[in-house]
Design a protein around this ligand. Structure first.
Ligand SMILES: [Zn+2]
Ligand SMILES: [Zn+2]
Length: 399
């Protein structure tokens, strides 16, 4: 069968004769329809696979049609011909973390497209209980987007949000734009932050209550004012640009970037006396929740800076670099919570499929191109590397 196989760092190959798998007991054979390429796939291609693993078919955001049932498969709703999304995490059910109901932390987890062959192929095998039937109104090309949506669901659940809160999403790539919509579905007001105007335009269309661009706007000053205004029902227009164009007042002077914002926690007060000093930030009450999905080295600290005192900053983006200049005095004074959210948890995938099918999460604007398998490397992976950053998800497959 055709497959896109990662052999090691910088060694990604299209293989027209990769062995077609056969389902073991409890598994189904899937004829794969589409898989999306995400930044993690690019990371593995450019920097090598996580852990020491042999050649693998990539593609952890995948969908297919059940082609054959392995021995003993008896899962309601799963039969030959069922269209499905692939829930990519296969947990052991036996380790400390699984027994505690936190299977996302499983020590023995396996993943479709990481430890095991994934979706960038004509066929794949996976346990029958980990494929999720697609509602009739959900086309095959939307199903791989259940993966980033499930990441957003997990992040929003980890953030412990309450109806009526105000959130900011830092980074409006695919996960950020899904997170924005899950937050809206959960009843929050949302401010979207991204340096790309195109992303801010989509964020606005997908329901963001306000959008901010860190290359032209001072987030550290504006965000708490906007959160305060939202909370108090005030008119947002004094703070906002018309659509995603220039500012209402016409100024376009770059002030603070996402990486050089007023970093009270990063570069802030050095002594505990200083930590008690009032700052601009204290004049307004910032967002209750800030969810960071950009994965840049500085954006985690930005999230911690920008969340209100007593609020929660959630780190979703993945960065190899650590940020060690966090000011714990400032965190302490503000009783801020910083928490991390990785991948998804049990049930996250099913919720994601339902959110997409119900229309609460619209993934259509996130699909940038459909590319056949044999063109997946040049028109998919290589396009993702271009500096324009104008693609969201490229779907690879034969439909
Ligand atoms: Zn991914
Ligand atoms: Zn486990």
């Amino acid at each position: 069968m055709q497959a896109i196989v990662l052999h090691g760092k910088n060694d990604l190959r299209f293989d027209p004769e990769y062995p077609t798998p056969t389902p073991k007991a409890g598994e189904v054979l899937l004829r794969l329809t589409y898989s999306s390429i995400c930044q993690t796939d690019i990371e593995m291609w450019q920097h090598g696979m996580f852990g020491d693993r042999g050649a693998r078919v990539l593609g952890h955001e995948a969908a297919g049609v059940v082609e054959e049932l392995g021995e003993g498969v008896n899962v309601p709703g799963i039969e030959v011909g069922t269209r499905v999304a692939v829930e990519n995490v296969r947990t052991c059910g036996q380790c400390f973390f699984c027994r505690k109901g936190t299977s996302q932390l499983c020590e023995n987890g396996r993943n479709f497209g990481f430890s095991d062959d994934g979706g960038l192929a004509e066929y794949g095998v996976w346990p029958a209980e980990l494929v999720i039937p697609l509602p009739d109104n959900m086309p095959n090309e939307e199903a791989p987007l259940a993966e980033p949506t499930s990441v957003a669901v997990h992040a929003v659940e980890n953030a412990n949000v309450t109806v009526g809160e105000t959130a900011a999403v830092v980074g409006c790539g695919v996960v950020g734009l899904c997170t924005l919509q899950v937050l809206k579905a959960a009843g929050l007001k949302v401010v979207a932050i991204d340096p790309r105007e195109q992303s801010l335009k989509i964020a606005h269309e997908l329901g963001a209550d306000a959008v901010l661009n860190p290359t032209t706007e001072d987030i550290a000053s504006l965000l708490p004012q906007i959160a305060d205004a939202i909370r108090n029902g005030r008119d947002l227009s004094p703070f906002l640009r018309e659509g995603a164009g220039g500012r209402v007042d016409g100024s376009s002077e770059p002030s603070h970037s996402m990486t050089s914002a007023t970093n009270e926690i990063a570069a802030g007060p050095k002594s505990s006396d200083d930590a008690r000093a009032k700052t601009d930030f204290d004049n307004y009450i910032g967002p209750d929740v800030v969810i960071e999905t950009a994965g840049a080295p500085s954006t985690g600290v930005d999230a911690a800076n920008w969340v209100r005192r007593g609020g929660r900053a959630v780190i979703v983006g993945f960065s190899h670099q650590s940020q060690d200049d966090i000011n714990f005095g400032r965190l302490h004074q503000g009783e801020k919570t910083i928490l991390a959210s990785s991948a998804t948890s049990t049930g996250g995938y099913q919720k994601a499929v339902n959110l997409i099918a119900s229309g609460a999460v619209n993934v259509k604007p996130l699909i940038s191109a459909l590319v056949p398998l044999d063109k997946g490397i040049e028109d998919g992976f290589e396009r993702m590397l271009r500096p324009e950053k104008d693609v969201y998800r490229i779907l690879v497959g034969n439909g």
